[in-house]
Write a protein that binds this ligand. Structure first.
Ligand code: ADP
Ligand code: MG
Length: 238
């Protein structure tokens, strides 16, 4: 399966109180399989809308969306259910872990829901080790730091085997040092072949990517290497 993302003429329009609001306006975008891309823009610029449309949690009102070989804008409800389960994994700012499940159980549960029950526990343990949490697998979310919880959420996104990971302000609730660790984990996953799209409103964070897509008022206003050049994660200051 290809994990490329292609948007052509995509708009997301809301009809509000007799007027129209465009969360996204006529966006053309091509993201190749295995790319690590940062989406940058101020609050309200359409970043979350873009991720939600890529993951079929929201629907474009105009244009064509093709993700992982699926023409999302033409698929039926039943097929979209499978697409959401098998293609795009989400990481959120607020982690969204089940509080009554351990780290291991949170990840295992996602693997089982993805239809891969056999070996799910071993898979979950292996991916938690990959994100540096081998000694935290039996901890509950309240027994983990914010950065550890976010790494569990990343492990959950990765363990399902979905080829595309989108992360919506994943460092927003984390301090600088912890956020750096989380970005490093995401970057490693892209190096390992995942297509990774990370949203942030922090320009400094955007410097870790080869490619930065900037949104303003629902428009793509810039698409290219970070202003001032790419930076190693370890050299960021935010
Ligand atoms: P960001 O993630 O960059 O902060 P969003 O994608 O959440 O931006 O929102 C983009 C724009 O779309 C905002 O101006 C917001 O007010 C508008 N918007 C989002 N959801 C709705 C909605 N349900 N009804 C009307 N406008 C909305
Ligand atoms: Mg947002």
């Amino acid at each position: 399966m290809t994990s490329a993302i292609s948007l052509r003429g995509v708009s997301r329009r809301y009809d509000v109180g007799g007027g129209e609001v465009y969360a996204l306006r006529n966006v053309d975008l091509q993201i190749d399989a295995g790319e690590f891309v940062v989406v940058l823009g101020p609050s309200g610029s359409g970043k979350t809308t873009l991720l939600n449309i890529i993951g079929a949690l929201d629907t474009a009102t105009d244009g064509t969306v093709e993700v992982g070989g699926h023409l999302v804008t033409a698929e039926h409800r039943r097929d979209l259910f499978r697409f959401r389960r098998d293609t795009v994994s989400f990481v959120f700012q607020s982690f969204n872990l089940f509080p009554t499940l351990t780290a291991l159980e949170n990840v295992q549960c996602a693997v089982e829901i993805a239809g891969r029950a056999r070996g799910a526990k071993e898979k979950a343990a292996a991916v938690l080790a990959e994100v540096g949490l081998a000694d935290r697998v039996h901890h509950y979310p309240t027994e983990l730091s914010g950065g550890e919880q976010q790494r569990v959420a990343i492990a959950r996104a990765l363990a399902t085997g979905n080829p595309i990971v989108v992360a919506d302000e994943p460092t927003g609730d984390l301090d600088f040092h912890t956020g750096v660790q989380v970005l490093e984990v995401l970057q490693r996953q892209a190096d390992a072949g995942h297509t990774v799209v990370v949203v942030t409103h922090n320009r400094e964070i955007s410097r870790i990517a080869d490619r930065v897509i900037e949104l303003s008022g629902g428009n793509v206003v810039r698409d290219g290497p970070p202003v001032g050049g790419k930076s190693a994660v370890a050299d960021l200051h935010w």
